[in-house]
Every structure is written in C-alpha cells, then in structure tokens.
Design a protein around this ligand. Structure first.
Ligand SMILES: *[C@@H]1O[C@H](CO)[C@@H](O)[C@H](O)[C@H]1NC(C)=O
Ligand SMILES: *[C@@H]1O[C@H](CO)[C@@H](O)[C@H](O)[C@H]1NC(C)=O
Ligand SMILES: *[C@@H]1O[C@H](CO)[C@@H](O)[C@H](O)[C@H]1NC(C)=O
Ligand SMILES: *[C@@H]1O[C@H](CO)[C@@H](O)[C@H](O)[C@H]1NC(C)=O
Length: 295
C-alpha cells in the first residue's frame, strides 16, 4: 500500500512538471520568450503565403508587410498594413490610377512616420494619413530600401547602393551585388548577396556566412542586426575587430516567414497567415531546458 502511494506521488509530481513546462516558450540568446498567436494576416495572399518583409510604424503601431498576391493579380508584389492594436484597421497599398507598382520592399522613417516603398516603377512614400506619393527614380526596379537619416536604395540590375539626399543622389557602394542590406548606427553595413552574408565597414569586408538563403535582415530597437531563415532567427555579433564578427543562431523556430521587432522590442513573425509575437519573459524558468545553437 505504502509502495503504491509512493508510485502515485511520483506519477503526480511528473504530471505537475509536465504542466509547468512552457510548450510555447523558446530561448533567444540569454532570455526566455513566450510565443503567442496574435491574429491572421488578411491580405489577398497567393495560395502559398509568402511574406518577404515586415516593419512596424512606431507612431501608431501599424505593421507593414510585403507579400505575394494571387497569380492572377497583375502585380507580383504588394505591401499591406494592419494596426496591431486594432487589427480591423487594415489595407493594401494601391494607386488610385491602378498603376502597376509591384511594391516589394520598404523601410520606415520613424521620426516623420513615412514609409518609403520600392517597386518596379521607382520609390514611393506613404504617410501616416495613408497618402501614397511618387518619391523618386521612376522606371527603376528597386529591390532594397533602407532608411537612416536619408533613403538608401538598390536597383535590381545595378550593383550599387544609392543614397538620396534631397535632390542629390550619391553612390555609396559599387560592385555590391546584394539582395538586401541594413546599416547600423556605427555605419557597419550587413548585406546579403548570392555569395552569402557579409559585414562591411569602410574598406573592410567580412563574410559572416556562406548561406545565401537567409530570408531577410532586420534590426531591433537597440540596433542589433538579425537574419532569419526557415528554421529560426540568427543574430549578427559585430566585434570591434571586424573579422572576429560572426553570426549565431539565437532561436529555433519550426517555420518563419518574415520578422520584425515591435514597439516593446518583442519579436513579431508570421508562419503562413498567422502572425505571432514572441514576448520576452522576466525569468528563464520557462525555458530552462532549452539550448542555444552556435552556427
Ligand atoms: C505563454 O503564453 C500563453 C498564452 O499565449 C499563456 O497561457 C502562458 O501562461 C504563457 N506562459 C508563460 C510561462 O508566460
Ligand atoms: C480577417 O478576415 C476574417 C474573415 O473575413 C475575419 O473574421 C477576421 O476578423 C479578419 N482579421 C483581421 C485581423 O482583420
Ligand atoms: C534587367 O536585366 C535583364 C537581363 O539582363 C533584362 O532582361 C531586364 O529587362 C532588366 N530589367 C530592368 C528593370 O532593367
Ligand atoms: C583581422 O584583422 C586584424 C586587424 O585588422 C588583422 O591584424 C588580422 O590579420 C585579421 N585576421 C584575419 C584572419 O584576417
């Protein structure tokens, strides 16, 4: 009888532990994050949902995302938005004259609440009152846009990065066949090309990874640079001695489309239509058995 009750106690405590474990928690670097489903993104997606880029307009907490519309659509890329506090406030950016824009990339000037969008017919701006205006470079196909004091962009058939300062265009990089890039506050550029992921500062370039298939680059509110791939999130560790820099996998996720950081520096990402938030927890308790993998 005594023996039986000991077994019962053991079974009971195992069950409690099972309940206490947090199945939705993952370790990211040295913190524990809890993943929760927010809502489904409601853009007119292609059968296979593809989101290429995400970013949050901090002024009113609106998520912008670039996606692929159905094959019948005349455009192959579009940008949609949804207010994270009031998801019924959503829309897809389009031109009143049904101009074909193929907006596939963007970045946000947070100080002035302007979204700069790049597509197959140049650069456009979209303000907080949702007015779309032509901005620059009509006729050019824009593949990447980055905002830091000024608009930086790269064209599809051109291996350079151009900075637009008012009416002046300055080529800041040449012979850089990149797919996407970000620039840190210390003017370090992280870029993805067909040869992998690179870090460049002044004349020094370091290859961080041979993987050319990272899906995108983003920055957190502290200026940390992250890349993501199907299986998770990677962080670029920029060292003072540039060639000591590397990239480290900081989170395993079964499937991730695109990601961005919200106004609280929590991670937002999509898996298909589903939008998820990874909220940083105050303690490691819920993540205690997780391991961080180093590439
Ligand atoms: C994680 O989030 C879920 C809701 O999405 C909540 O029920 C659960 O208590 C959270 N776990 C922790 C450890 O915060
Ligand atoms: C998306 O559309 C569905 C069906 O029309 C609706 O039930 C849902 O509330 C919408 N979600 C958002 C975030 O607008
Ligand atoms: C880019 O280059 C390809 C092949 O050289 C060409 O077919 C295409 O028309 C060019 N696109 C633009 C926008 O210049
Ligand atoms: C890394 O950079 C330092 C300082 O610039 C240099 O002395 C060293 O040779 C470099 N190492 C490699 C492996 O390139």
């Amino acid at each position: 009888m005594m023996f039986l009750s000991i077994i019962l106690v053991l079974v009971a405590s195992a069950a409690t532990q099972e309940e206490e474990a947090c199945p939705t928690c993952v370790k990211v670097e040295t913190s524990c994050y809890n993943i929760s489903f927010l809502f489904d993104l409601n853009a007119t997606f292609r059968t296979h949902v593809m989101v290429h880029k995400m970013g949050v307009l901090r002024y009113d907490n609106t998520l912008f995302y670039a996606f692929e519309p159905p094959i019948e659509d005349k455009e192959y890329y579009k940008v949609a938005y949804v207010n994270l506090d009031n998801p019924e406030q959503d829309g897809i950016i389009s031109d009143n004259n049904n101009q074909i824009m193929n907006l596939g990339t963007f970045d946000i000037d947070q100080d002035n609440s302007i979204v700069y969008l790049g597509g197959s017919n140049g650069l456009f701006s979209f303000d907080k009152d949702k007015n779309l205006k032509y901005y620059s470079s009509r006729g050019d196909n824009i593949k990447a846009v980055f905002y830091k004091m000024y608009v930086f962009f790269a064209k599809t058939n051109d291996s350079s990065i151009v900075e637009k300062r008012g009416d002046q265009f300055e080529i800041i990089e040449e012979d850089l066949p990149l797919k996407t890039f970000v620039i840190t506050k210390y003017d370090e550029m992280v870029y993805l090309s067909n040869y992998g992921l690179f870090l460049k500062k002044k004349e020094e370039t370091v290859r961080l990874s041979k993987n050319a298939f990272f899906r995108g680059l983003t920055m957190d509110l502290d200026g940390g640079v992250y890349a993501w791939w199907v299986d998770g999130i990677y962080k670029v560790m920029i060292a003072k001695n540039l060639n000591r820099s590397n990239i480290v996998k900081v989170a395993d996720l079964p499937s991730i489309g695109a990601m961005a950081f919200d106004n609280n520096n929590n991670i937002l990402y999509n898996d298909g239509r589903g939008l998820y938030r990874m909220t940083k927890l105050g303690s490691m308790a819920a993540c205690k058995d997780e391991e961080t993998n180093v590439l």
